[in-house]
Design a protein around this ligand. Structure first.
Ligand code: SAM
Length: 459
C-alpha cells in the first residue's frame, strides 16, 4: 500500500538517470526499494518528495550537467519539503565535497551503496546529511527490490567495478575493484526474468568478458554458454567486452548459440598503436583486427559496434587518420565517439601534447561523417530483407511501433491496426533505411503475447 506523507497523499519519487546500462539498472534497484517503502513513482520532478540524480562522471560534461540540474531543483525546496540525493559515479567521486558545493543536497549515495537507500533516507529524515560512498566488502545483489523498467529487456549484473588501468578512465575510481557474482546467482536471476516475461537478457559488466567464478575455474565462456541454455532466453546480449580478454573459447560459444545476438560491442578507443600504448589498453591495432577477423569468420552475421576517443593527448593528425582507416576497415554498425576529457585521478592529464579543442571537435565531426556513410550503406543493404524485430514501444506516427533487430538496429514499422505487445518478437519486412534506423512493415498478424505480458497489459 502506498504510504501517505506529511501532506496526506502518498510520497512520490523521481529519478533522473545519465550514463551507462549499469546506471540504468541501479535506477531500477532504487525505484524498487522506494516502492517497497510505499512510495509511488512520478514522471514530474515538481510532484516528487524525493528526487534522485543518478549521475555519470566518465566525461566532465556529464558531471557538470548533474550539478546544474541540482541547481534547477533548488527552487522546489523553497515551496515544500523535498529530499534531493546525488547518486551514481559523481557521488562516489565527490563524496563530502558534493555536500559543500551544493547546499541543497540532502545526501550522497555511491553506486556500491545503492542497496542502502532506504536506510540513508531514514537517517536524513532524522536530521543527518549522509555521505554513503566507498566499497563495502560484502556486496549483495538483491533481486527482490528491482523495479524492472519496460517490457522487452532484462538486465543482469555479472561483474562490478574494473581492474584495468586505462589512463583516461575514471571507472576504477568510481565503481571500485572488480567483483564477480557467482554463476548460480546470475542464472537464478535470468530464470526469474524469463518467468517474468522478458525474452531479451543483457548481461552487464564494465569488462563483462573478464568474469570469473568466485573461487572457481569457470570463465565468461562458461557463463555465456550456461545462460544461453536457459529455456526461454530468446535473445542474449552482453556488454562491455574488453578486446584483450576475448578468448577462442568465447568466440566458439558466441558462434554456437542462436540465442546469442549477432552483435558485439568491442571498444577499440583508437586506431593508432602509439595512442593505444599511451592509453594503456594492452593491445595493438593488429591484434584487434585479428580478433575482429576471427569472430567474423566464426559468426559471419556479426555486427560490431565500438567506442572511440579523439583528441587524446599527443594524438597527431596522422594517428587520427589511422583511426579513420580502422573504422573504414571494420565497418562498424554503430559507433560511440567522444572527445577526450581529462578526469581527476587518472594518468592521462599528465601526458604531453594536449590537443586544442577546435582540433578535437573537427576530428569528432570527421569521424561521425565517415561513420554515417558506412551506416547509410550497411542499412541500405538490408532493404528487402525480413528481420525478426523485438518490439520496444510505440512510434510517433499512429499505427507505427519501434523495435530492434537481432543486430541491434532500430526499426520503425507499420504494425497496422493490430499492434504487438512490447517484448514480442515479430517479422518485419524492411522497406527503406536511414543511417541510424530502418523503416518497415510487419508481415504477420500480431503474435499471442507472452502470458506474463498479457497480465501486465490487462492490469
Ligand atoms: N569499460 C569499457 C571499456 O573500457 O571498454 C567502457 C567504459 S566507459 C563507461 C564508456 C566509454 O566512454 C569508453 O569506452 C570511452 O570511449 C569513453 N570514455 C571513458 N573515459 C573517457 C574520457 N576521459 N574522455 C572521453 N571519453 C571517455
Amino acid at each position: 500500500m502506498p504510504q501517505p506523507g506529511p501532506s496526506g497523499r502518498p510520497r512520490r519519487f523521481f529519478i533522473e538517470t545519465w550514463g551507462c546500462q549499469m546506471n540504468e539498472l541501479d535506477t531500477q534497484r532504487m525505484s524498487g526499494q522506494l516502492m517497497q517503502q510505499g512510495m509511488l513513482p512520478t514522471r514530474s520532478p515538481e510532484a516528487a518528495d524525493v528526487l534522485l540524480l543518478n549521475s555519470c562522471s566518465v566525461r566532465e560534461n556529464a558531471q557538470n550537467k548533474v550539478y546544474s540540474r541540482i541547481g534547477e531543483y533548488r527552487v522546489l525546496k523553497e515551496e515544500r519539503e523535498v529530499l534531493i540525493g546525488l547518486c551514481g559515479c559523481v557521488a562516489q567521486q565527490e563524496g563530502e565535497a558534493a555536500l559543500a558545493r551544493a547546499p541543497e543536497l540532502d545526501f550522497v549515495l555511491g553506486p556500491a551503496r545503492v542497496g542502502e537507500l532506504a536506510e540513508v533516507l531514514a537517517r536524513r529524515r532524522a536530521g543527518e546529511r549522509v555521505v554513503a560512498t566507498g566499497f563495502p566488502k560484502e556486496r549483495r545483489f538483491e533481486i527482490d527490490a528491482i523495479s524492472r523498467d519496460g517490457a522487452y529487456k532484462g538486465m543482469v549484473t555479472c561483474i562490478e567495478g574494473c581492474d584495468k588501468r586505462c589512463t583516461f578512465c575514471i571507472v576504477p575510481t568510481t565503481r571500485g575493484a572488480e567483483r564477480c557474482r557467482p554463476m548460480a546467482e546470475i542464472v537464478a536471476e535470468v530464470e526469474h526474468l524469463v518467468d517474468y516475461g522478458f525474452r531479451e537478457i543483457e548481461l552487464l559488466g564494465q569488462t563483462i568478458n573478464h568474469w570469473r567464478e568466485p573461487g572457481g575455474s569457470e570463465d565468461f565462456s562458461h557463463l555465456l554458454d550456461r545462460v544461453a541454455r536457459v529455456p526461454g532466453v530468446e535473445r542474449l546480449r552482453f556488454i562491455t567486452s574488453y578486446p584483450r580478454d576475448f578468448t577462442d573459447r568465447m568466440i566458439e560459444v558466441f558462434a554456437t548459440h542462436d540465442a546469442i545476438c549477432p552483435y558485439l560491442h568491442l571498444p577499440v578507443q583508437s586506431g593508432s598503436n602509439p595512442v593505444l600504448r599511451r592509453m594503456g589498453r594492452g593491445y595493438t591495432v593488429e591484434s584487434y583486427r585479428d580478433l575482429v577477423g576471427r569472430i567474423r569468420a566464426a559468426r559471419p552475421d556479426v555486427v560490431f559496434s565500438t567506442d572511440l576517443i579523439v583528441g587524446f593527448p599527443g594524438e597527431t593528425e596522422e594517428q587520427f587518420r589511422e583511426t579513420l582507416d580502422l573504422v573504414e576497415a571494420v565497418r562498424y554498425g554503430s559507433l560511440y565517439g567522444f572527445k577526450y576529457s581529462p578526469r581527476p585521478g587518472t594518468a592521462a592529464p599528465r601526458l604531453d601534447g594536449a590537443v586544442p579543442v577546435e582540433v578535437a571537435n573537427r576530428r569528432l565531426n570527421e569521424l561521425f561523417a565517415v561513420q554515417t556513410e558506412i551506416q547509410r550503406e550497411l542499412n541500405r543493404a538490408l532493404v528487402g530483407e525480413t528481420m525478426d524485430v523485438i518490439v520496444t514501444g510505440w512510434g510517433k506516427e499512429p499505427e507505427f511501433q519501434t523495435g530492434r533487430t537481432p543486430c541491434h538496429r532500430m526499426v520503425n514499422f507499420d504494425a497496422g491496426a493490430d499492434p504487438a505487445e512490447p517484448g514480442s518478437i515479430v517479422p518485419v519486412s524492411i522497406e527503406s533505411s536511414y543511417p541510424h534506423s530502418l523503416v518497415g512493415r510487419r508481415t504477420d498478424p500480431a503474435p499471442a503475447a507472452h502470458p506474463a505480458l498479457r497480465v501486465l497489459a490487462s492490469s
